[in-house]
Ligand binder design. Structure first.
Ligand SMILES: *Cc1c(COP(=O)(O)O)cnc(C)c1O
Length: 391
């Protein structure tokens, strides 16, 4: 006797077919090698132009060694949340080093950047408050605002005049949130203007510098170092560790009160297992390289220039970006997928970014560069683009 009829999956089948038809179906490639410039997939090697490992630290021998020896010291699992018994001396040391690195009072580790953003925004604002966000902010920032229940206002990308207008006559607590470097566009947020607006309107300002930290600034201090802004200018800084640090996790840095408030209140901090101590130790090793290896930033900048110049000469649809994220605007989703597949056949991994990750009609190829690329990798990619462009 069947008591419960099985759930009807037909709806899902139809929805999946629809996605496929629109060129929006997503699937994963199975990687058989470490993260690096050459990735192995199905036994073949591909030149990787889609990773966020901008400094090439994900597979660095020092980082691997730190991870291994920390696993010997601490084991693998952290056992519990930070507030129970999961906060090891490795986590604590990393927090202190990240605070020093960012020039802030304190830093607090989160298990992922997604969780950090959700936790921070939902802790700092609530129903009677208002959050202002750039239209192109990362999904985790938008979700944090939704979770908080605050009034949610989005301004056109980098349009500080519009933000200024939106902010007037809002008496309640205000939080302005922006990506530092926009993840799918590669351009920098207009931070000096955001700082002025925040000061003039007595609003809080939060910057998510997932793609700037480690890469921008002489010392790798990110978009805030690039613009010479400090903790007074931007009181809330979020950084991720899975990108230029090459490991995993995230942190928030700011004042003593900010960090203590997050420890008491941020649900995505309190109710989750601490990341493994070995990850924290590996990140301490990678932080040393982030600080010391200025050659990685110099080389990356050189490669960015070379790519941009070559792409300009070919009249490719480059977007206005000076960062390691160099998207080519294709507009049509299916066409972006077709080009990405063609590049794959030619031995290059370049991802097609489609809605809803980017606005409708703005599908693009997101080329990302790494300090471990060589000039010849860039030139070979440009050669294939030249061929595509001609046909
Ligand atoms: C990657 C990213 C995140 C999320 O960080 P994870 O640690 O991967 O969860 C948040 N914000 C931006 C801008 C990102 O690019």
């Amino acid at each position: 006797m069947v008591l419960v009829t099985p759930c009807d999956m037909e709806q899902l089948t139809n929805h999946l077919a629809e996605l496929a038809q629109q060129g929006l179906y997503r699937s994963r490639r199975i990687i058989e090698s470490p993260q690096s410039i050459l990735l192995q997939i199905d036994g073949n090697k591909y030149i990787n132009f889609c990773s966020n490992d901008y400094l090439g630290l994900a597979n660095h021998p020092d980082v691997i060694q730190a991870f291994k020896s920390a696993a010997d010291t601490y084991g693998v699992g952290s056992g519990s949340a930070h507030l129970i018994c999961g906060h090891s001396s490795a986590h604590h040391a990393l927090e202190e080093e990240l605070a020093a690195f960012t020039g802030r009072d304190r830093a607090l580790l989160f298990s992922t950047g997604y969780m950090a953003n959700m936790g921070v925004i939902a802790t700092l604002v609530g129903r009677s408050d208002t959050v202002f966000q750039d239209r192109l902010n990362h999904a985790s920032l938008l979700d944090g605002a939704l979770l908080s229940g605050a009034r949610f206002k989005r301004y056109s990308h980098a349009d500080t005049a519009q933000l200024d207008e939106l902010m007037s006559n809002i008496p309640a607590k205000k939080l302005i949130v922006s990506d530092g470097v926009f993840s799918m566009d590669g351009d920098f947020a207009p931070l000096p203007a955001l700082v002025s607006i925040a000061n003039a309107c007595k609003a809080w300002l939060m910057v998510d510098d997932a793609h700037g930290l480690g890469v921008l600034g002489q010392q790798g201090g990110g978009v805030l170092e690039h613009y010479a802004l400090n903790q007074n200018d931007v009181p809330i800084l979020m950084g991720t560790l899975g990108k230029s640090f090459g490991t995993f996790g995230a942190f928030v840095a700011g004042s003593e009160e900010l960090i203590e408030t997050l420890i008491q209140k941020a649900r995505t901090y309190i109710y989750t297992t601490a990341l493994p101590a070995a990850i924290a130790e590996a990140t301490r090793a990678s932080l040393k390289h982030v600080i010391a290896d200025t050659w990685r930033r110099d080389k990356l900048n050189h490669l960015i220039e070379r790519f941009k110049l070559g792409a300009q000469q070919l009249n490719l649809p480059l977007m206005p970006s000076d960062s390691a994220i160099q998207p080519l605007m294709i507009n049509d989703s299916q066409q972006a997928v077709n080009i990405s597949n063609y590049l794959f056949e030619q031995g290059f991994l370049v991802s097609a970014i489609r809605p809803p990750t980017v606005p409708k009609g703005s599908a693009r190829l997101r080329v990302t560069l790494s300090a471990l690329h060589e000039e010849q990798h860039i030139d070979r990619l440009l050669d294939v683009f030249a061929k595509i462009h001609k046909t």
